[in-house]
Design a binder for this molecule. Structure first.
Ligand code: PMP
Length: 411
């Protein structure tokens, strides 16, 4: 037991406050005197996903200094792992110290200067977010718009590029709020024809759906750690093409963020060719250990195996959902994101009640929509370590139970 020192005895004396404890007026909070509680949950939503023991163990290793040679070695390994996962030979490849949003901001802040034109494809929340990020740093933002579930043809993209002449075009490959995997073939070439750089978000799709950064002429690609990579949230791989480097390292103005300035980050990651790596910020050492391990697991499995495995499990889940009488939100199978499946909310149900029932009785997290897809969909994510038929069967059984228990209107 912890006995609290009465506050009265820790008050000031005639000589002013005692050194040390006497100036404390806020007592230790009761919650801090209780142990940490974090329950086990099946994380079958759109992320984070469950972290396998091997990655947890890597993250639990003793900390070393962020500037130690061994740490630089681990960062070099991470760079190689990302180059493999992204299928790129870009030298300017690294991991952000922060979640997926950090990579989104890093890309926009470094590539775009205030007043420059940006084109954003909005077909869910991620385009909305990138448009806001670009607007905040003073870009002229133009948008291409579809309601959630929609996608853009290359002709539509080309028309908008010709009209707005942006320096950057954003597209979400795995649109996790709608469950759509967006076609990317040819988009890079069209962008380059109009002297525009292509920025692609693969936070929800990396490792689950085919994406080839170099072959598909993507200029900036980022992902997150907490989805198919199964690392804890908090690091975000990103890579820049030569073309992107040329633009961002020949700017007239400094990027608005010091923390996300690629001139500093490229040195921290040993990408700028300088003999010395200087202190910029203290990277998340444990997060990098875990990220390295997750990239190692992907390399051992092989990207193509990972893609086909996600597709196979997703197809099993889709079939099971249809057998339950549910409608998949994305009609075209080829446009369905294998990592995050969206289900049209069945009639006669309150989606919040379904989710709460499944959490309470099955310890499984599914989620509702996000941003513009709220109230339209339920989302089930089976990513990386979580992606197997046993988990899909468990998800289906939980949903079947909830559909029996939570029916509202008896038609
Ligand atoms: N883009 C996509 C497609 C995502 O699914 C997410 C996370 N849900 C993000 C970006 C943002 O990542 P984070 O939450 O790690 O900042």
């Amino acid at each position: 037991g912890f006995t609290q020192v009465p506050l009265e005895s820790a008050r000031s004396t005639k000589h002013g406050v005692h050194r040390g404890m006497s100036s404390v007026t806020i007592p230790p909070p009761a919650c801090m005197l209780r142990p940490l509680e974090a329950p086990f949950r099946y994380l079958f939503g759109p992320g984070p996903s469950n972290v396998p023991p091997r990655i947890l163990a890597a993250g639990g290793r003793p900390i070393i200094g962020h500037m130690h040679s061994e740490m630089f070695g681990i960062m070099n390994d991470i760079k190689k792992g990302i180059q493999y996962a992204f299928q790129t030979s870009n030298n300017m490849t690294l991991a952000m110290s922060g979640s997926g949003h950090t990579a989104m901001e890093c890309a926009v802040f470094n590539i775009v200067e205030p007043g420059e034109s940006v084109l954003v494809a909005i077909n869910g929340i991620w385009g909305e977010r990138v448009a806001e990020i670009a607007e905040r740093m003073g870009a002229k933002v133009h948008t291409l718009f579809k309601t959630p579930g929609g996608h853009f043809t290359n002709a539509e993209i080309e028309q908008a590029l010709a009209k707005h002449k942006p320096v950057l075009f954003f597209l979400a490959h795995g649109e996790s709020s709608s469950g759509l995997v967006h076609p990317v073939d040819g988009v890079g070439d069209i962008c380059h024809k109009y002297n525009c750089l292509l920025l692609v978000d693969s936070v929800a799709s990396l490792g689950a759906a085919p994406l080839l950064m170099d072959q598909q002429n993507i200029d900036i690609l980022y992902t997150g750690s907490q989805k198919a990579l199964n690392a804890p949230p908090g690091t975000a791989p990103i890579s820049f093409s030569e073309r992107a480097c040329h633009k961002m390292f020949n700017r007239k103005t400094k990027p608005v963020s010091y923390l996300l300035d690629m001139t500093h980050l490229s040195n921290y990651w040993g990408n700028d060719g300088k003999p010395e790596r200087k202190y910029h910020h203290t990277g998340p050492v444990s997060g990098f250990f875990a990220l390295r391990e997750s990239l190692a697991i992907l390399a051992e499995m092989g990207l193509e195996n990972s893609w086909s495995h996600h597709t196979e499990v997703a197809e099993y889940l889709w079939k099971g959902l249809e057998d339950l009488g549910l409608k998949l939100f994305i009609k075209d199978k080829d446009l369905r994101l294998p990592s995050v499946t969206t289900i049209a909310i069945p009639e006669g149900y309150d989606w919040k009640e379904l989710l709460a029932y499944i959490m309470k009785h099955h310890q499984i997290e599914f989620t509702g929509g996000l941003g513009p897809s709220v109230g339209m969909v339920l989302r089930i994510g089976l990513m990386g370590y979580n992606c197997n038929k046993a988990n899909a069967a468990m998800a289906l059984a939980a949903l079947e139970d909830a559909l029996k228990q939570c029916r509202k209107s008896k038609a």
